[in-house]
Design a binder for this molecule. Structure first.
Ligand code: ADP
Ligand code: MG
Length: 231
């Protein structure tokens, strides 16, 4: 969508004629019907649209958690859904960072441990130093040994952002990352998200209900409701 990046960086995303049907009792439910999208490395895209229009479905497909019914997804030229299942899992662990509306931090681990955990899954060589650096970038260098329950909602989302970036993913995918936060905290978290995305030069897709947040993005995609879906 923009021409600011050169082609040799990671995070180029191509989506062509993407369709997603869910099998339901009688007739399939068409949620995405022929979506095209192209992002260059370092681009940031906001995805908006009414509840039930398929925003989370799109994010799950981009994050390789869910295959499309038809159409193509390529991340830096790779079709992840053509990979064998075991390779797909490690591809996802390396190339995709997720931030959800709920922080999804593990309650029994402290902040530093939560941020470093994803490195174990991919046998990566990112270290505590990288985790500390990211946690400092989100202003939590004084909270390394806190458990999630000992943090505020905004702080938990900041940890989730650091965790999503630890493996230097090609794509940073965020589903309503500020949806559970009060407006002032939401703004602080959104500022940090943009700062880190720019600093780490990640390609970012953010689903949001907030028009205010969406307006901060250079690229915006508004999903409509496919006939028969949502009401
Ligand atoms: P959004 O995130 O925009 O609110 P979703 O992508 O979660 O929307 O869902 C889009 C539509 O697909 C909704 O109507 C939802 O009920 C339906 N849906 C989502 N996941 C499934 C599933 N696993 N099986 C069947 N229908 C689903
Ligand atoms: Mg959703």
């Amino acid at each position: 969508m923009s021409e600011k990046s050169s082609g040799d960086e990671r995070g180029r995303l191509e989506v062509e004629a993407l369709c997603k049907d869910y099998e339901t009792g009688h007739s399939p439910l068409t949620v995405l019907d022929g979506l095209d999208l192209r992002l260059e490395a370092g681009d940031a895209l906001a995805v908006t649209g009414p509840s039930g229009c398929g925003k989370s479905t799109l994010l799950h497909i981009l994050g390789t958690l869910e295959p499309p019914t038809s159409g193509a997804v390529r991340i830096d030229g790779v079709d992840p859904f053509a990979l064998p299942e075991a390779e797909l899992a490690s591809f996802r662990g390396r190339e995709v960072g997720f931030v959800f509306q709920d922080h999804h931090l593990l309650p029994q681990f402290n902040v530093l441990q939560n941020v470093t955990l994803p490195t174990l899954a991919v046998g990566g060589n990112e270290t505590d130093d990288r985790a500390r650096e990211l946690l400092a970038a989100v202003g939590l260098e004084e909270r390394l040994t806190h458990r999630p329950a000992q943090l505020s909602g905004g702080e938990r989302q900041r940890v989730a952002i650091a965790r999503a970036l630890i493996n230097r993913p090609s794509l940073l995918l965020c589903d309503e990352p500020t949806g559970n936060l009060d407006p002032k905290t939401a703004e602080v978290v959104a500022d940090l998200l943009f700062d880190l995305q720019a600093r780490e030069r990640r390609t970012m897709v953010v689903v949001t209900h907030s028009e205010e947040l969406a307006e901060r993005f250079e690229n915006r995609l508004r999903l409509g409701v496919v006939a028969g879906v949502a009401s």
